[in-house]
Design a protein around this ligand. Structure first.
Ligand code: GRG
Length: 306
């Protein structure tokens, strides 16, 4: 079978510059939100910072900020919420790496939190990041009205809980070594990975004061985006370069995990990822040229190397 065509990314300077501009705003926002490492009790604050400032792509907060701007809002309006999403994401990675879960020693190219510190500190750092996310949203001095902040907290809580990340994680752990078909795999991915991406798009739109039609359209974009992202993640676990992914290759196979790559083969999985990115892009058509950045982001999700 011929190599599926990955639409040539106009990873133009415009896209890269805008991604970089969003990313810098997120880094600054996180820097301000996280307690100083020197603050008592120091070890937990050090570990939280170690987990957060370790070279993540910041894809979720970038999506949140871009969705907000596309829906007519400002970066300022969505920045605390975008940072809150990244805090939830980071907590999930710290806990996912624990010995009781995936038992991973490396993340983003360096020792995981429980290896660099200890298990109790990693559990508490994850708990603290999750808690901080909701404190950030509830901050009375934040840029959003209480009603909007509450809606956003609902979206984030829903995505993080047993209708989202936790559901996906429970199903994912249960699926290790078990026979999983394509339907179940997609269900796991849509919860474990997709729910948070969906929340990003919804939160960005809600922060912008968007109406229900735009919130739903951006949700549908993010659903397909999340699927494209996760299929690509499965592929990278097989064919990815460890230096770029920051984790050992082949870990899914060693763990007996069914992935899109193991179920369909890398080539078909690539095609499925591209198709999901194309469906994501199609959802943006009503926004016209203004949606160029998010469209590119969808193709970035499937053409990334890490
Ligand atoms: C609640 C413990 C717990 C887990 C929830 C989200 C999750 C389930 C586990 C995280 C581990 C994992 C491999 C999730 C799949 C999503 C994924 C590929 C995460 C990595 O995302 P990137 O590539 O990471 O955006 P960076 O490092 O760039 O932030």
């Amino acid at each position: 079978m011929s190599e599926p065509r990955i639409p040539r990314l106009d990873l133009s300077e415009t896209f890269q510059a805008r991604y970089e501009a969003y990313r810098r705003r997120v880094e600054d926002g996180l820097e301000r939100l996280l307690p100083a490492a020197s603050r008592w009790p120091e070890p937990i604050h050090e570990a939280m910072r170690y987990a957060v400032f370790s070279g993540g792509k910041r894809l979720r907060p970038v999506l949140t900020l871009a969705a907000c701007e596309l829906a007519g809002g400002s970066v300022e309006a969505a920045l605390p919420a975008a940072c809150a999403v990244e805090l939830v994401h980071t907590y999930s990675l710290v806990h996912d790496d624990l010995p009781a879960m995936d038992d991973d020693d490396m993340r983003r190219g360096r020792p995981t939190v429980h290896v660099a510190y200890d298990e109790a500190t990693a559990i508490l750092a994850g708990d603290a990041l999750l808690t901080l996310a909701f404190t950030v949203l509830a901050d009375p001095d934040g840029p959003l009205t209480p009603a909007v902040a509450l809606r956003i907290a609902f979206e984030l809580g829903t995505a993080a809980g047993t209708a989202g990340l936790i559901a996906g994680q429970v199903a994912d752990l249960a699926a290790e070594g078990a026979a999983v078909d394509g339907r179940e795999l997609e269900r796991i991915h849509r919860h474990k990975t997709g729910a948070l991406f969906r929340a990003c798009a919804r939160i960005g739109a809600i922060a912008a004061g968007a109406g229900p039609a735009d919130v739903e359209r951006l949700s549908r974009f993010a659903d397909e985006f999340g699927l494209a992202f996760q299929i690509t993640d499965d592929i990278l676990d097989v064919v990815g370069d460890e230096a770029a992914t920051g984790r050992p290759a082949g870990s899914d196979e060693r763990r007996g995990k069914t992935t899109f790559a193991s179920l369909y083969g890398v080539e078909t999985a690539r095609r499925l990822a591209v198709e999901a990115a194309q469906r994501a892009a199609a959802e943006l058509e009503p926004f016209g040229a203004r949606a160029g950045f998010l469209r590119d982001l969808a193709f970035f999700a499937v053409s990334r190397s890490g």
